[in-house]
Design a protein around this ligand. Structure first.
Ligand code: ZN
Length: 167
């Protein structure tokens, strides 16, 4: 069974380990000398419903709720290919990955309601959903990654073509 420390999804859309976060939380503080705080610094067996990702600050492996972990891994994978993806808070501590485009942005989520499906929705600059990219809904991260890269290549081509140059 894989082992990883527990991670935190923060109100500022960070994905970090408890050590990098520190003991202060909005809901209260941990006593740094307590057993529970020491336990949070240790690797634990992967909990059901969690997946493994990494800490934004120290890059150590951490586990947290599957939807956030998978989106965070997708953001990292997209960034490696030069796509400017980031994690965002979507209200009520819900998570999504965001990719900016000239007309607004794409939001992608994994397992939003526990269905283990990837979704992509296009939003305009005002944050109004304009298009659910239906054909991109998929169960596998690999298929989602390839689709997002393809989608961004199409977007970039459109953006670099001067108006009226389409033949
Ligand atoms: Zn860390």
């Amino acid at each position: 069974m894989p082992l990883a420390k527990y991670g935190v999804w923060t109100p500022s859309a960070g994905v970090i380990c408890f050590k990098c976060h520190g003991p202060q939380f909005n809901s209260g503080s941990y006593n740094v000398n307590s057993e529970i705080w020491r336990e949070l610094q240790k690797e634990q067996p992967l909990k059901k419903g969690n997946a493994i990702t990494f800490c934004d600050k120290c890059y150590s492996a951490i586990q947290l709720i599957e939807s956030v972990a998978e989106e965070h891994n997708m953001v990292a994978r997209l960034r490696e290919t030069g796509i400017d993806a980031t994690m965002v808070q979507t209200g009520g501590m819900c998570s999504a990955g965001e990719i900016p485009i000239s007309s607004g942005y794409y939001l992608f989520t994994y397992s939003f309601d526990g269905d283990k499906t990837w979704w992509v929705v296009e939003y305009d600059e005002e944050g109004i959903p304009v298009n659910t990219v239906e054909h991109l809904n998929t169960h596998t991260a690999d298929a989602m990654f390839e689709s997002l890269v393809k989608l961004m290549n199409i977007c970039e081509k459109k953006e670099t073509e001067p108006p009226g140059s389409a033949s």
